[in-house]
Design a protein around this ligand. Structure first.
Ligand code: MN
Length: 204
């Protein structure tokens, strides 16, 4: 039997300076190397704790452990999606046609209306959380999801096409308390090609 695996921090698909001026090198580096890494480490620590307890037949606080595991795995997965759905300005931003543009226009009426609703979801996340565009296969609808922390209000099994980190640690160095400024900047670095790829793989 192969040894069981742990989580690892994915490399960014661009350099730390490449999202400037929307996200500074300092902001991106600390977010990736420190914050995302902390969720990877947190999830792995819990998995190792579970391994150890099972091996020794030791008692566990299962409820508390699973709650913590959900938080850390959620953090790891959402960050991994987030890095990949951004691209340096020039390669990112703008609007999108094709299968994604069609789905968005059909659901929201227009691309602008979608951006407006997503922005409102992002700006109004209570405390720390995320805004995400998901896709529901049952109805064929793209649906916005407003996640609290990394794991609350999630629609189980809906594919995430696009997500945006609204924790203060995502923007405080660059934008201080001005979350709306960060959300506005984000639209300039959305990697629509990646978002489209995710939708295509759901539709397959
Ligand atoms: Mn984050």
């Amino acid at each position: 039997m192969e040894p069981t695996k742990l989580y690892s921090l994915p490399k960014l698909p661009y350099g730390y300076k490449d999202l400037e001026p929307q996200i500074s090198e300092e902001q991106l580096r600390i977010h990736h190397e420190k914050h995302h890494q902390a969720y990877v480490t947190g999830a792995n620590t819990i998995l190792e704790k579970l391994d150890k307890a099972r091996k020794e037949g030791a008692e566990l606080d299962v409820k508390a452990t699973l709650k913590e595991l959900s938080f850390n795995i959620g953090g790891h997965l959402l960050h991994s999606l987030f890095w990949a759905n951004m691209a340096p300005a020039g390669k990112g931003g703008g609007t999108q046609g094709g299968v994604l543009g069609d789905a968005i226009t059909k659901e929201f009426g227009s691309f602008e209306r979608f951006k407006k609703e997503f922005t409102q979801a992002a700006v109004s996340v209570e405390g720390s959380g995320w805004a995400a565009l998901t896709f529901c296969k049952q109805t064929g609808r793209p649906i916005i999801m407003q996640i609290e922390k990394h794991n609350v209000n999630v629609y189980p099994t809906y594919a995430i096409l696009l997500d945006l980190d609204l924790w203060e640690h995502a923007y405080y160095i660059d934008y201080k308390n001005l979350r709306p400024k960060f959300v506005e900047a984000f639209w300039n670095i959305v990697n629509w090609a990646e978002v489209t790829k995710r939708l295509e793989s759901v539709l397959k």
